[in-house]
Design a protein around this ligand. Structure first.
Ligand code: AMP
Ligand code: ZN
Length: 113
Protein backbone atom coordinates (compact mmCIF):
# COMPACT_ATOMS: atom_id res chain seq x y z
CA UNK A 1 0.00 0.00 0.00
CA UNK A 2 1.25 3.44 -0.88
CA UNK A 3 1.03 5.00 2.58
CA UNK A 4 3.61 7.44 3.95
CA UNK A 5 3.22 6.35 7.59
CA UNK A 6 3.26 2.61 6.72
CA UNK A 7 6.59 3.34 5.00
CA UNK A 8 7.83 5.12 8.14
CA UNK A 9 6.79 2.13 10.29
CA UNK A 10 8.62 -0.21 7.86
CA UNK A 11 11.74 1.97 7.86
CA UNK A 12 11.45 2.75 4.12
CA UNK A 13 11.22 6.47 4.96
CA UNK A 14 13.37 7.87 7.78
CA UNK A 15 11.84 9.30 10.94
CA UNK A 16 12.96 10.45 14.37
CA UNK A 17 11.57 7.61 16.44
CA UNK A 18 10.70 8.34 20.07
CA UNK A 19 8.86 5.10 20.91
CA UNK A 20 8.11 1.71 19.40
CA UNK A 21 6.50 -1.53 20.52
CA UNK A 22 4.59 -4.37 18.84
CA UNK A 23 1.53 -2.33 17.92
CA UNK A 24 2.47 1.36 18.18
CA UNK A 25 5.10 3.66 16.65
CA UNK A 26 5.80 7.29 17.65
CA UNK A 27 8.03 9.84 15.93
CA UNK A 28 8.65 13.57 15.75
CA UNK A 29 6.46 15.57 13.40
CA UNK A 30 8.56 16.89 10.50
CA UNK A 31 6.87 20.31 10.75
CA UNK A 32 6.42 20.91 14.49
CA UNK A 33 3.90 23.51 15.64
CA UNK A 34 4.87 23.24 19.32
CA UNK A 35 8.15 22.52 21.20
CA UNK A 36 6.89 18.94 21.67
CA UNK A 37 5.08 17.62 18.58
CA UNK A 38 5.03 13.85 18.33
CA UNK A 39 2.86 11.65 16.12
CA UNK A 40 1.64 8.41 17.69
CA UNK A 41 0.31 5.85 15.24
CA UNK A 42 -0.90 2.24 15.20
CA UNK A 43 1.44 0.01 13.16
CA UNK A 44 -1.63 -1.51 11.57
CA UNK A 45 -2.91 0.62 8.71
CA UNK A 46 -6.15 2.33 9.70
CA UNK A 47 -7.03 5.32 7.52
CA UNK A 48 -8.62 7.46 10.23
CA UNK A 49 -10.89 7.30 13.27
CA UNK A 50 -13.55 6.11 10.82
CA UNK A 51 -11.76 2.74 10.66
CA UNK A 52 -11.85 2.14 14.44
CA UNK A 53 -14.13 -0.71 15.49
CA UNK A 54 -14.61 -3.35 18.20
CA UNK A 55 -11.91 -5.57 16.66
CA UNK A 56 -9.10 -3.01 16.59
CA UNK A 57 -9.96 -0.43 19.25
CA UNK A 58 -7.58 -1.82 21.90
CA UNK A 59 -4.73 -0.09 20.11
CA UNK A 60 -6.39 3.29 20.72
CA UNK A 61 -6.34 2.78 24.48
CA UNK A 62 -2.72 1.70 24.14
CA UNK A 63 -1.90 4.86 22.14
CA UNK A 64 -3.18 6.92 25.09
CA UNK A 65 -0.99 4.90 27.48
CA UNK A 66 1.99 5.68 25.24
CA UNK A 67 0.96 9.36 25.16
CA UNK A 68 0.98 9.54 28.96
CA UNK A 69 4.41 7.88 29.09
CA UNK A 70 5.86 10.18 26.41
CA UNK A 71 4.36 13.29 28.05
CA UNK A 72 6.20 12.33 31.23
CA UNK A 73 9.44 11.71 29.32
CA UNK A 74 9.23 15.04 27.49
CA UNK A 75 8.49 16.85 30.77
CA UNK A 76 5.07 18.19 29.78
CA UNK A 77 2.77 16.01 31.88
CA UNK A 78 2.45 18.58 34.67
CA UNK A 79 2.05 21.77 32.61
CA UNK A 80 -0.27 20.10 30.12
CA UNK A 81 -0.55 18.95 26.56
CA UNK A 82 -3.09 18.06 23.89
CA UNK A 83 -3.89 14.95 21.83
CA UNK A 84 -5.46 15.65 18.44
CA UNK A 85 -6.57 13.36 15.64
CA UNK A 86 -7.84 15.04 12.50
CA UNK A 87 -10.41 12.94 10.64
CA UNK A 88 -11.25 13.76 7.04
CA UNK A 89 -11.29 16.85 4.85
CA UNK A 90 -13.14 19.27 7.14
CA UNK A 91 -10.64 18.55 9.94
CA UNK A 92 -7.66 19.03 7.60
CA UNK A 93 -6.38 15.44 7.65
CA UNK A 94 -3.49 15.25 5.17
CA UNK A 95 -2.05 11.78 5.88
CA UNK A 96 -4.59 8.98 5.70
CA UNK A 97 -3.00 6.66 8.24
CA UNK A 98 -4.58 7.20 11.66
CA UNK A 99 -2.35 9.37 13.85
CA UNK A 100 -2.54 11.32 17.08
CA UNK A 101 -0.65 14.58 17.47
CA UNK A 102 0.85 14.92 20.97
CA UNK A 103 1.39 18.67 21.40
CA UNK A 104 2.91 20.55 24.31
CA UNK A 105 5.79 22.55 25.71
CA UNK A 106 4.04 25.91 25.43
CA UNK A 107 0.67 27.44 26.27
CA UNK A 108 -1.48 26.13 23.44
CA UNK A 109 -4.08 28.22 21.67
CA UNK A 110 -7.42 27.24 23.20
CA UNK A 111 -9.36 27.86 19.99
CA UNK A 112 -10.77 24.45 19.05
CA UNK A 113 -12.23 25.30 15.65
P1 AMP B 1 -2.69 15.74 9.62
O1 AMP B 1 -2.74 17.08 8.95
O2 AMP B 1 -3.46 15.68 10.92
O3 AMP B 1 -3.04 14.61 8.66
O4 AMP B 1 -1.18 15.56 10.08
C1 AMP B 1 -0.18 15.05 9.26
C2 AMP B 1 1.12 15.43 9.93
O5 AMP B 1 2.14 14.62 9.39
C3 AMP B 1 1.54 16.89 9.72
O6 AMP B 1 1.66 17.54 10.98
C4 AMP B 1 2.88 16.77 9.00
O7 AMP B 1 3.80 17.75 9.40
C5 AMP B 1 3.32 15.37 9.38
N1 AMP B 1 4.24 14.72 8.44
C6 AMP B 1 4.10 14.62 7.10
N2 AMP B 1 5.13 13.93 6.57
C7 AMP B 1 5.93 13.58 7.62
C8 AMP B 1 7.16 12.85 7.74
N3 AMP B 1 7.78 12.33 6.66
N4 AMP B 1 7.70 12.69 8.96
C9 AMP B 1 7.10 13.22 10.04
N5 AMP B 1 5.94 13.89 10.00
C10 AMP B 1 5.36 14.09 8.82
ZN1 ZN C 1 -0.57 3.28 6.49
Amino acid sequence: MDCLFCKIVNGEIPSTKVYEDETVYAFKDINPVAPVHVLIIPKQHLSSINDVNAENSAVIAHIYEVAAKLAKEFGISENGYRMVSNCGADAGQTVFHLHFHLLGGKKLNIKMC
